[in-house]
Design a protein around this ligand. Structure first.
Ligand code: SAH
Length: 228
């Protein structure tokens, strides 16, 4: 719990809580050092509604308004690991929500040398596109661009992407996303309505689909998603 105190005090407490969260994730044993290091940096308390900030470093989803949620930290970690993110990757995210997941990706792909990696993140609900843009600005991420629109259409203007991360559950892989993925690129996407499975899709000579685990996401709503 973060109590009263001066600003620095509060920041230090959050830092401790964040370190504890990462420690618990590490003990699960399957998350890479690269992802754990990034999660130690990203201030999740800046991505949740203010009245929930004392729960920001618990490993569960939280409501962010409009019936949507910020994903649990272990889900974000797992999805980042499946994508095998590299410095300077160009990443498309569908479902920005709070912007937290985009920030973790941004942290991993940023390089101090020649050229940063970049995250393009599409959010269907305008209010959440604004909420996440504000959160990402406050947290200092410059290599994330939030676009308001239907992410089932992808974002052709910046395609092709090295990696695609979908944060809402689809009836099936939207064809535009497959088209906009680079050869040898990877995509993580939950598929299903009530029973959902997280898939890792790899574009090689053909399309390879690997089932990863059972998950629970909000629906992907749009042209190639579920109907409103
Ligand atoms: N990655 C987010 C989790 C957001 S929950 C985070 O870290 O907070 C999933 C989000 O997907 C919701 O905000 C929902 O509005 C959005 N969404 C659903 N269908 C969409 C679509 N077709 N295009 C873009 N965003 C969509």
């Amino acid at each position: 719990m973060v109590g009263m105190g001066n600003g620095l005090d509060v920041e230090n407490r959050y830092k401790e809580e964040r370190a504890r969260m990462v420690e618990l994730l590490m003990r699960q044993g399957s998350i890479s050092e690269v992802v754990l290091t990034a999660m130690k940096q990203v201030k999740r308390h800046l991505f949740v509604p203010p009245h929930l900030s004392d729960q920001a470093y618990s490993d569960y989803p939280l409501p962010i308004g409009e019936g949507q949620t910020i994903s649990a930290p272990h889900i974000v970690a797992m999805m980042c690991d499946y994508l095998d993110l590299k410095k300077r990757d160009k990443v498309l995210e569908i479902g920005t929500g709070s912007g937290y997941h985009a920030a973790v990706i941004a942290e991993i792909i940023a390089s101090n040398g020649d050229g940063n990696g970049h995250v393009y993140s599409v959010e269907r609900i305008k209010h959440l596109a604004e909420f996440s843009t504000g959160n990402l600005e406050r947290a200092g991420y410059k290599n994330v661009t939030v676009i308001s629109g239907d992410g089932t259409l992808g974002l052709p203007e910046h395609a092709p992407y090295d990696k695609i991360s979908v944060a809402c559950s689809a009836p099936d892989v939207p064809p535009p996303l497959l088209e906009q993925l680079k050869s040898y690129g990877k995509m993580v996407i939950p598929i299903g309505k009530y029973m959902q499975t997280l898939y890792l899709i790899e574009k090689r000579n053909g399309i390879e689909r690997e089932r990863k685990c059972e998950v629970g996401f909000v629906p992907l709503v749009g042209r190639y998603g579920f109907k409103d």
